[in-house]
Structure formats: C-alpha cells, structure tokens
Write a protein that binds this ligand. Structure first.
Ligand code: ADP
Ligand code: MG
Ligand code: ZN
Length: 491
C-alpha cells in the first residue's frame, strides 16, 4: 500500500488462545502437548454416544481473568452452543462453543503505536470453546488423525474492525500475547499453535463510511505472516477495485512459502454451522463475588507496568519496553532492585543495562526461560553492589558475570579466587602512574602543550599495566595531580 493511496484498509482479527488448564474443557484428559497421538483421549472427547460433558471450572476462571484484563463486560449468565460441521478430526461432528450469549463482550486492547501514541482496539466478544483434533498429512501413508487436541479449551477473542494497517494488526497480536502470558492463562507459543489468528480485511476509499466486502485469511501461525498476508490481501483488493472488479467474500489460506493467499472456499459454499444451544450443559453462572475474587488475583497489566517503569524508575521508553516484554523479565529486574534497596536513578539505570544487555542476551542466545537463568536476581544484585562499592570495576564485572554463568559461587568468592579485586591502593597506583609517565615523555610533552586528548591515553596505559584492575577514579585523580606537579616544577 502506498502513502498516497486513495484507499484504506479495515481489519478485524479473530484470535484463538489455548488455555493453560491441566485438563480439557469437558473431561479430565490431560492437555499436555507432544504426547503420543491418541493417548490423551476418553469417551467424552472421542464423542462416544451417551457420554456427558462436564465443564472445567478453571476454563471459566481463565476467561474471567482475560475479560477483566481487557475491560470486558462479564455476563452473569452465558450459554454454550453446538457448532456443527463434519471433519475427520472432529469425531463428535460438532464443537462446543458459545454463540449468541458469550461470557465476555465489549472491552478493548490498547496498542502502543510506533510513534508512542496509544490506540484502543475495541473487542466484540471473548468466548469459550473447545479445540478440534489434528489431521496429519503424511505423504507416505495418506492422512492420519490425532484426537489429543479434541476438547482442549480455547478462548476466541474477536475484535471490532478497528485495526487500520498490517502493522497495527501485528502490534495488536503482540499486545494480546503479552496480556495472556502475563495472566498465565496461555503460553503464547505460536509454533505449537497456542495462539492462532484469522484476519478479516476489506478496503474502502478514504472518507467512505461504508465498509467494503471482506475476505478472511486463515492458517497463520506467526505475527509476521499475519502482517505479510494482510499486505498481500490489501494490495490484491485495491487492484481489483482499481480495475472496477468486485471483491468476492471468501476465505483464503496463506501460503508462507510463496507469500500468497489463495481461496479456500467461497461464502456461497461456506459452512452453515447450524448453531443451537448445547443441551448437555447448563448455563454458566458467574456471580459478583467470583468476579471480585478473580480480580483480586490479577497481576499488573503489562501496559500499566510499562508506564510505571517510566514514572517510578525514570527509565527510557526503550528500556521499559524491553524489560516488560515478558512478565518474567520485569519480575527479574524488580527483584534485583529490591535486593539492592535502591531508589537512585543512576543505579536503577545500571541494573536495567545489566538485565537488558547481559542477562537477556544469554537468555535469548541459550533460548532458556529466565527462570532457569544461572544467575539469580540475588546473585546479580550482589555483583552490582560490588561495582557500587568499588570492589570491582564495571569492566571487570563483565568477567565476573561470565564466571558466574559457569559456577554457582558467590561473586565475592569468584573475585577472590581469580584475583579480580579492584586496585584502590593509592601508593601502588601512584607507582604505576610514575612508570607510565617516565616511559612516555613525548606524550607528556604533548599533554603539557595543551593536547588534552592524550589524557585518555595515559589512563589506558595505567589500566593495561594493572590488567584492568586499577580503580579508574583514583587513576584519574593521581594523573591530574602528577601533571599539575610537573607543570608547577617546570614553570
Ligand atoms: P463472520 O460472520 O464472517 O465471522 P463477523 O461479523 O462475525 O463475520 O466478523 C468477524 C470479524 O471480521 C470481526 O473481527 C470483525 O471485526 C471483522 N469484520 C467484519 N466486517 C468487516 C469488514 N467489512 N472489513 C474488515 N473486517 C470486518
Ligand atoms: Mg469468522
Ligand atoms: Zn477426554
């Protein structure tokens, strides 16, 4: 899409998030991912005749959590419905979902745009449903069916058509992932299908009130694919309109290898799901005390935490953004601060630097959960306090950090063992400084002649001679004193 285009896109997303309950939505089978196919099954999720579903209370609890975090209305009474269709991975012949009376309606997700302004994306509804199984298309043995996923609880978050660009769609998905993972109701793992997105898109002439005909792109398991698929589809629709052709309402599939979306089915032959109220389940009743109990257990919203990091710690937006990406990062950072008992803004920025660059570098390199990071917040805090009290320099601290990754020793023990203690003994440093000055008479002349840049050269030489261990502040003081002395004795 070009900037001077007379068209604008209108986008609404339907996001499925798999809930992190231990058992399925309507039976006690495990939801564990990656087990042998068709082992997490029972008569209920296999859809045997005569069995009865029983709703897992945690599913309701989780959807209330997300509903509150997204400022939805939580219905005191909602009902399940059957969504009927035939598919080999759906032995019952229907999915239990919610249709006319979903548990959550209204609400919004606030996204952070690139220019640091915020935009509210309205939500139509959030409802509960169960997942279908999985067909595995194997070239050697045709198609296999795995029922393990049947009955795994999902929520579907349906947005209003408030999203105005592929980039906004990306940021919306990012925020949804952040919220559901902060809440601990979904692991946010897109490769494993824990978050899936269908994108509805239409285009219209700018200034036009009426929406154009929309298409729906399915089958995207990464935020980047959603962004690219939308770009592709917007361009295709604009081209049709330019050529005075019509956009046909249809469902498209995204092919990530070829970067194209191709039609799956048109609306004419689309499924009529014949929704009707699920006769085997009673209505879901949620009372005020229950909602209040859930509200009391909500963690700080990621956006609120981002704002607080800036207001309370005076961190740059960049830092606050990175540190609040995941709840576990923000927790780690704040645990280090707590250990250090500091309110000093420079100290806090120093901690931010260590967490952002050193800790998160290793976490992403080794693809580990920060909870399994070998340096606990307490040990990192101890190490940083040793920089603060002058025991080690910032440079040596990097060496200590590397060592701490390999051993569980207290940083003090590592410093002792490796002889990394900062050199703060005035007399020893003075001796080294004298030697350096004696060896570099030409440079000394330059400095005395007014070339102040040479000062850094001397600091570097002293650091080299002390293997980086001299206290830079003391080195600076002594050098200045020496030069003043030389000047006086010359003059
Ligand atoms: P459907 O019945 O085809 O699923 P819905 O009205 O339920 O359609 O809307 C599904 C999604 O499509 C919602 O996220 C909604 O915001 C979005 N949507 C609806 N109309 C349009 C449109 N004209 N252009 C883009 N998105 C739309
Ligand atoms: Mg739809
Ligand atoms: Zn089961």
């Amino acid at each position: 899409m070009k900037l001077n285009d007379p068209y604008e896109p209108v986008i609404g997303l339907e996001v499925h998030a798999q809930l992190l309950t231990e058992s399925k939505a309507f039976c006690s089978c495990t939801t564990k991912f990656g087990n042998e196919p068709n082992t997490n099954v029972c008569p209920v999720c296999l859809g045997m005749p005569g069995v009865l579903p029983v709703l897992n209370k945690n599913v309701v609890e989780f959807v209330i959590r997300v509903g509150l975090a997204m400022k939805c209305n939580i219905a005191q009474r909602s009902i399940f419905a059957r969504k009927n269709y035939f598919y080999p991975d759906l032995p019952k012949g229907y999915q239990i979902s919610q249709y006319e009376e979903p548990i959550c309606s209204g609400g919004y997700v606030e996204i952070d745009l690139d220019d640091h302004t915020r935009k509210k994306i309205g939500l139509t509804r959030i409802h509960m449903e169960e997942d279908a199984g999985k067909s595995i298309h194997d070239l050697d043995v045709d198609t296999l069916v795995d029922i393990n996923r049947c009955g795994v609880p999902l929520i579907e978050i349906v947005s209003e058509p408030d999203i105005s660009s592929p980039r906004e769609a990306y940021l919306y998905l990012y925020k949804i992932r952040q919220i559901v993972t902060y809440l601990g109701i979904c692991d946010g793992n897109m490769e494993e299908g824990s978050l899936r997105c269908d994108a509805n898109v239409s285009v219209r002439r700018k200034g036009e009130k009426k929406f154009g005909t929309k298409t729906e792109v399915k089958n995207m398991n990464s935020f980047r694919y959603v962004e690219r698929a939308l770009e592709f589809e917007i361009n295709r629709q604009i081209q049709l309109l330019e050529e005075a052709e019509e956009v046909v309402q249809e469902t498209l599939l995204w092919d990530a290898n070829q970067n194209i979306a191709y039609p799956m089915r048109s609306k004419e032959e689309a499924h009529d799901y014949r929704y009707f109220p699920e006769p085997d389940l009673v209505p879901v009743v949620v009372d005020e005390p229950w909602i209040d109990r859930v509200r009391a257990t909500l963690p700080e919203h990621p956006t609120t935490r981002y704002d607080r990091f800036i207001a309370e710690y005076a961190l740059p937006q960049y830092d606050a953004d990175i540190l609040t990406t995941e709840k576990s990062y923000a927790d780690y950072f704040e645990l280090v601060l707590k250990e250090l008992h500091t309110k000093n803004k420079e100290q806090i920025k120093l901690v931010s630097n260590w967490v952002m660059t050193d800790v998160l570098r290793v976490v992403s390199e080794q693809k580990i959960d920060i909870k399994h990071f070998p340096i606990s917040p307490t040990r990192l805090a101890t190490m940083i306090s040793l920089i603060n009290d002058g025991t080690i320099s910032g440079k040596i601290a990097k060496e200590v950090f590397e060592e701490m990754l390999k051993s569980s020793d207290d940083p003090r023990v590592i410093i002792e063992k490796k002889g990394l203690m900062q050199l703060s003994d005035q007399r020893v440093i003075e001796k080294v400084v004298t030697e350096v000055l004696d060896r570099n008479t030409a440079q000394v002349e330059k400095y005395l002649a007014g070339n102040e840049k040479v000062f850094g050269y001397f600091v570097g030489e002293v650091m080299k001679a002390t293997k980086g261990k001299a206290n830079p502040r003391i080195v600076n003081d002594i050098l200045k004193k020496k030069f003043a002395h030389i000047q006086v004795s010359k003059g």
